[in-house]
Design a binder for this molecule. Sequence first.
Ligand code: ADP
Ligand code: MG
Length: 361
Amino acid sequence: MASGRSITLALEIDWLSRLFSVDMGIDLGTCNTLVCVRGEGIVLNEPSVVAVRKGTNIVLNNGEAVGFAAKDMLGKTPGSISAVRPLKDGVISDFAVTEAMLGYFIKKVNGKSTRIFGPRVVIAIPSGITSVEKQAVYESAERAGARRVYLVHEPMAAAIGAGLPVAEPTASMIVDIGGGTSEIAIISLAAIAECESLRVAGDDFDEAIANHMKRVHGLLIGEQTAERIKIEIGSAAPTGPEMKMDVRGRDMKSGLPRKIEVTSQEIREALSEPVGLIAEAVVRVLEKAKPELAADLVDNGITIAGGGALLRGIDKVFHQATGLDVKIADEPLSCVARGTSNYLENLDLFKDTLESDADSV
Ligand code: ADP
Ligand code: MG
């Protein structure tokens, strides 16, 4: 009876706390930051970009030139300001800029909340960041008004968001291909059994395309053009009919604007090196797995999340490399954010096995 009453009490406290405060899951990605609020879904999805005065770490507009606002400013006053992606390589390159970014996003979401207490926040962080960097994320979120802060490793959040049975005594494998890093992990019983954080991901696909254009066509193209080529005609393995696309850039010899036509075959070749490096890392993580976990994966297969999961044929490449079934998570770009939100709802499940907050990291 007593335990029944304490469960009821716990449920009431949980209900009351939700009335007064909001629960927020944040995917602090190298390319995009997403915020998922319990009961509301994804409420913010902006680039992890900050506009600073060139050569400084001073965030423009009193710390508000973040996300879309930063991108807008870049277009208008290109000379004196520059864009910073503070987590570009999965490590925090500048603490002040990261804090400004995280604080801005938390306030932007919580500002709309009429609740009287600060939010409870779960932040998914790249698994390669150090304990000093974790502490910085934790403190930044507190300074931005969070009442309670929890950190969760990105591949765990991705696996939860992809709906994998992470808490069960069976192995799940997730490959989260973001912009700056690819996070590969095998998870069982709500803990990461094996993982690797590789600094080869979507940005490297873009770079490989830009290098190919330079080397083969003598054409200089910008990062955004390279990304557009990847999204429009890029592939890791042949999937459907081959495609073509007009690409504009600057001719290296004449210095003048030029347009050429590129094919999906040549882009696939250009992408083969970075794609191959990720496939090799997937194999490495599998080779480290204990036999029991490896056995589970014969049935459970591999799930891919993150923006890189949208590269055509990437599942085929991983299947060829491992022999396992490979599937793409539903809505791969928002997996981590949904996973962090879900993590908060099931804190009890993860309490003993995951860092509950930065005090313990
Ligand atoms: P992060 O978690 O590091 O912020 P995301 O999971 O948001 O990264 O993924 C961003 C990456 O996904 C970028 O490199 C982007 O170019 C890539 N991306 C987005 N859409 C597609 C697509 N349709 N095809 C291939 N790559 C894509
Ligand atoms: Mg990510």
